[in-house]
Design a binder for this molecule. Structure first.
Ligand code: FAD
Length: 249
């Protein structure tokens, strides 16, 4: 399968292409499916950083369909990593559900990158959900001594695979039910985050695109957090119809 104009654009941006091979598949919980991969030489060439992600190429109705996924437990020595797919109706999700050892998928490495804030923050204030849990986990691991609060969208840990993990003290997860439009998450962050903010805090936001934009504007404009202390990136899109239906409930 060709990658269409999007693939051409990524190549112009110096994206590098690799082929991953599925090594294992495991249903972690009703909504979470984990696949192990051989990396096709990527990790040795690229190195590893917290929140590292790749663009995977799926096929959807005969057309290329590219989606971002985060590397879990990347091991450059072994040339392996895993990906944890949140299951919902979607082409990427559907591919993951049925993938078997030996299946392959094409990937482009472009756009990822993250440097630890220096000096280390006084506190991590993180907003995410199941799709960004692997990134949140890697962020927490990269700054083990920094106290952290995570607002996590999802009502049921048994369904969605559980809270972002951390053993260290000074760690709190605020579970917020997802209604489909991010409104409850916005409300929870708006009321809880300002009281935890100090000059050294670092804010990291990755939920659905519209909610991410709303919260990033709140943190930047209303709370005056400088841009080097804020990272915000939308991870998935809520369809208009879903958002409208959520607003009516
Ligand atoms: C940098 C980055 C890293 C990411 N890492 C991961 C990861 O490690 N694991 C992971 O599962 N996802 C991750 N995502 C999110 C993933 O790319 C999206 O969820 C993507 O839309 C899934 O594609 P799809 O083809 O299955 O569904 P799409 O065709 O994009 O959407 C189909 C339908 O599913 C809904 N939908 C899509 N995603 C979700 C979701 N997460 N929750 C609920 N409904 C959804 C849409 O609103 C739409 O109605 C990441 C995204 C980015 C940008």
């Amino acid at each position: 399968m060709g990658h269409g104009w999007h693939g051409v654009a990524l190549r112009l941006l110096r994206g590098k292409d690799f082929t991953f091979t599925v090594r294992s598949n495991e249903r972690v919980s009703p909504q979470l499916h984990r696949l192990g991969f051989a990396d096709g030489g990527m990790l040795e060439a690229s190195g590893v950083h917290p929140t590292m992600w790749v663009r995977l190429w799926f096929e959807h109705r005969g057309r290329p369909h590219q989606r971002g996924y985060t590397l879990v437990d990347p091991d450059p020595g072994a040339g392996t990593f895993a990906i944890e797919f949140v299951l919902h109706p979607g082409a990427a999700s559907d591919w993951a559900r049925t993938a078997r050892p030996g299946d392959t998928i094409e990937a482009t490495l472009q756009g990822t990158g993250f440097s630890l804030p220096q000096p280390l923050p006084s506190r991590l204030l993180i907003v995410g959900g199941p799709a960004s849990r692997p990134a949140v986990n890697s962020l927490l691991e990269s700054m083990p001594s920094v106290p952290a609060t995570v607002w996590f969208e999802g009502a049921d840990p048994a369904q969605d695979g559980g809270d972002p993990r951390r053993a260290a003290p000074g760690y709190e997860v605020v579970r917020v039910p997802g209604r489909g439009d991010g409104a409850l998450l916005v409300e929870a962050v708006r009321s809880g985050l300002p009281g935890l903010l100090d000059e050294g805090a670092y804010v990291w936001i990755a939920c659905d695109t519209a909610t991410t934009r709303t919260l990033a504007a709140f943190v930047r404009k209303d709370l005056g957090v400088p841009k080097e202390r804020l990272h915000a990136f939308g991870y998935w899109r809520v369809e208009q119809a879903q958002r409208a239906a959520a607003g009516r409930t």
